[in-house]
Design a protein around this ligand. Structure first.
Ligand code: BYC
Length: 320
């Protein structure tokens, strides 16, 4: 018996009719258990991605080439932490707290985006992450801003605004380097070569092999498929690469004037599978950094708890 079949059929029909009418589902509304679970899975993975995503860029804060670049990068990395917090708050509305989700991340039960398991080798990587990685995130999240679950959709609207700024700062770094010395051009081209395919993998497996897509599309959690979003990203990005004289590492790339799509070559899904199974270039390093940060922050959590207990005791005394 499927989970959906175990739900009250009348309530399920009403729920699906609401979605059909384009209504938004809010925290206190009835929802099938599987809808709640799917949202917690996606939102938890998303929140973890924002937090783990601070690591590759954080790697360059102390080595940013100017004070201006350092300030911008600091602000961007801080924004990512904020995005994680909004989305963890979103999962609280579904009955799952941040502590539980972080526990799942640290024990390896929860996933985070494959993209953050690649190293940031040069300053150009910071530009390319802003341009390609935040660019891909915007394409995905603009769709999620219309998701059927209200708190997630509203969080996405704000996050997308900030991601737009991130993308612009990244593209600006790439533009400056692409117009720079031959060594700078080579550095930014090398970064594009390394980040291009992993950026396309951010959208998830192809539609034919995506186990969650059908259900998520039916419940309007996702409004477009992994492949449709990946194609949109390629179509948006190739003209941007051309405008600054950079290329992407794909000998099969060609424009199809009939469909108006930039057709691209095959994605190496074995690499994607290896990365999400924990065997990417930096998986172990990323998890070790998160575990260390969590352990280092234990005293703050303990102090906050003691403070909250003291405040509560004082409030009880005043009330007595
Ligand atoms: N990495 O059935 P599918 C960001 C997993 S970064 C790791 O197609 P679904 C940021 C998937 O979880 C972006 N795992 O899944 C940018 C599933 O495994 P489980 C973070 C992946 O959910 C800059 C399995 O593969 N954004 O925000 O229909 C700086 C089968 O996939 C990936 C989000 O998370 C991947 N790339 O579609 C800082 C957005 N792709 O869970 C931060 C919210 C797939 O069944 N999430 N998997 O064990 C989504 O939109 C969707 O969950 C996905 C996948 C499009 C990612």
């Amino acid at each position: 018996m499927t989970v959906a079949a175990a739900e009250d059929p009348v309530k399920l029909a009403e729920f699906e009719a609401r979605l059909e009418r384009g209504e938004t589902i809010e925290p206190k509304d009835w929802m099938p258990e599987k809808y709640r679970k799917q949202l917690v899975r996606m939102m938890s993975q998303h929140a973890h991605s924002e937090v783990v995503g601070m690591l590759p860029e954080g790697n360059w804060i102390t080595r940013a080439p100017s004070l201006r670049r350092k300030m911008v990068l600091l602000a961007k990395v801080q924004d990512e932490g904020g995005h994680g917090l909004y989305i963890y708050c979103g999962t609280e509305t579904l009955g799952v707290g941040r502590e539980e989700l972080i526990e799942q991340l640290l024990t390896g039960k929860a996933k985070y985006s494959s993209i953050f398991n690649y190293p940031t080798l040069t300053w150009a990587d910071i530009g390319v992450i802003g341009w390609l990685v935040d660019g891909a995130a915007i394409v995905n999240q603009t769709m999620l801003a219309k998701t059927s679950y209200g708190p997630y959709a509203r969080a996405m609207i704000r996050i997308c605004k900030e991601e737009n700024f991130h993308k612009r700062q990244g593209y600006e770094i790439c533009t400056v380097m692409a117009k720079g010395t031959p060594a700078q051009r080579a550095m930014v081209q090398d970064a594009v070569n390394r980040w291009w395919w992993p950026s396309l993998m951010m959208f998830g497996p192809s539609d034919a092999t995506s186990p969650n897509s059908a259900e998520l599309m039916r419940w309007r959690v996702k409004r477009e498929t992994n492949d449709a979003l990946r194609q949109r990203f390629v179509n948006l990005t190739i003209p941007q690469a051309q405008a600054i004289g950079l290329s992407v590492p794909d000998p099969d790339l060609r424009y199809n004037a009939e469909t108006e799509n930039w057709e691209f070559g095959p994605i190496d899904w074995s690499e994607f599978q290896a990365v999400i199974a924990g065997n990417g270039p930096c998986n172990r390093e990323r998890m070790a950094a998160r575990r260390k940060a969590h352990a280092d922050g234990a005293w703050v959590r303990e102090a906050a708890e003691v403070h909250a207990e003291k405040q509560a005791a004082r409030a009880r005394e005043h009330a007595a």
